[in-house]
Design a protein around this ligand. Structure first.
Ligand code: SAM
Ligand code: SF4
Length: 335
């Protein structure tokens, strides 16, 4: 086993300070870019990390420099008592921030409890502002509840609210203008994400539907020639802009066209207890078995160090696609 680290870092000296935890592989939507229509076989609940196990992992990693945790999934709010876990994680010494990524459907129910648990930032995924299109894209009639979740999150006071939209050719790439207008009227940070080839997608289908963020920025600049470029922090994975006079901002996240691997400080933990050092790589390291065998926090750190020794210097989604693609869907990894 790799020697015990004082600070979590990978083989290339990148410090790991950010853990994205998938609380469940289950979801109440079936977004076309994430899951097949028929869904994917769910993990047995016995094979999903308990709140105690998640807390033990975060405590161990926080002792070696972990600062930030994001709760994700699947849909993190379909797991029972997610706010209770959030409260337990925000209380861990060293953890500066716990955030959440959600499709919004259950946010009207949970936003206040999440706020009370200490969460201050939520990302909401919404790929269209059109109800009929939502049904095609997410394969569920849930637009109204998702929108209500966004409104509730705004009312409760989460700030900034980031709204993530995966742009896809001929599916929603005609809505850049509508999302831009949303940022004029509401204090929301819209971010267009590049479609990543994860899960069951062929090379041809992915290429046909991929829209580069260069194209999204060009469209925005064409629509609003005075678009202001904002000063993003060096570790930011997004490039952000403001339409003059807007209450919110609009930005792009480009995992494919502009790799942001140099500053990558993240590690993922799947609902079934695997550590995933890179989203673009199929390598995963099992932490469930050692946890269930009663390992100590020092041993968790040593396992994390071993997993991180496999973190590649640079992501290579296209290389993986050429070699047969990813073994899991995004809902199974945790986005
Ligand atoms: N269910 C929650 C949600 O949708 O926000 C959390 C999990 S979801 C897997 C996290 C994020 O991954 C969402 O913003 C979703 O749009 C994004 N995502 C899923 N599959 C993707 C893909 N193939 N390419 C780009 N983003 C993807
Ligand atoms: Fe569910 Fe999120 Fe995947 Fe959509 S993107 S199917 S909401 S996990």
């Amino acid at each position: 086993m790799t020697p015990l680290p004082l600070a979590l870092s990978d083989s290339f000296g990148r410090r790991i300070e950010y853990l994205r935890i998938s609380l469940t592989d289950r979801c109440n939507l079936r977004c076309v870019y994430c899951m097949p229509a028929e869904g994917v076989p769910y993990e047995e609940l016995d094979n999903v990390l308990s709140f105690d196990e998640i807390e033990q992992v975060v405590r161990a990693l926080a002792s070696a420099g972990l600062k930030k945790v994001r709760l994700t999934g699947g849909e993190p709010l379909v797991r029972k008592n997610t706010p209770e876990l959030a409260a337990r994680l925000t209380a861990i010494p060293g953890i500066q921030e716990v955030t959440l990524t959600s499709n919004g459907i259950l946010l009207a129910r949970d936003a206040q409890a999440l706020w009370d648990a200490g969460i201050r930032r939520v990302n909401i995924s919404m790929d269209t502002l059109q109800e009929e299109r939502f049904v095609k894209l997410a394969r569920r009639e849930e637009f109204a509840r998702a929108w209500q979740g966004l409104e509730t999150a705004l009312a409760v006071g989460f700030s900034p609210i980031k709204l993530n939209c995966v742009l896809m050719r001929s599916i929603n790439d005609d809505e850049i203008e509508a999302f831009g207008h949303l940022t004029i009227e509401r204090p929301i940070s819209v971010r267009f994400l590049e479609y990543m080839p994860i899960g069951q997608v062929s090379n041809a289908q992915w290429r046909a539907q991929y829209v580069s963020n260069e194209e999204a920025v060009a469209t925005l600049k064409n629509l609003w020639p005075n678009l202001e470029t904002l000063n993003d922090s060096p570790e930011s994975t997004s490039r952000n802009f403001k339409i003059p006079g807007a209450l919110g901002t609009v930005g792009v996240i480009n995992p494919i066209s502009h790799k942001f691997c140099d500053g990558c400080n993240r590690l993922r933990l799947t609902a079934n207890g695997k550590l995933v050092p890179c989203l673009a790589d199929n390598f995963e390291y099992d932490l469930m078995a050692p946890l269930r065998a009663g390992c100590t926090e020092s041993e968790i750190l040593a396992h994390a160090a071993t997993a991180l020794s496999h973190k590649p210097i640079q992501s290579d989604f296209e290389g993986r696609l050429a070699r047969g693609g990813s073994l899991r869907t995004m809902s199974q990894i945790g986005g």
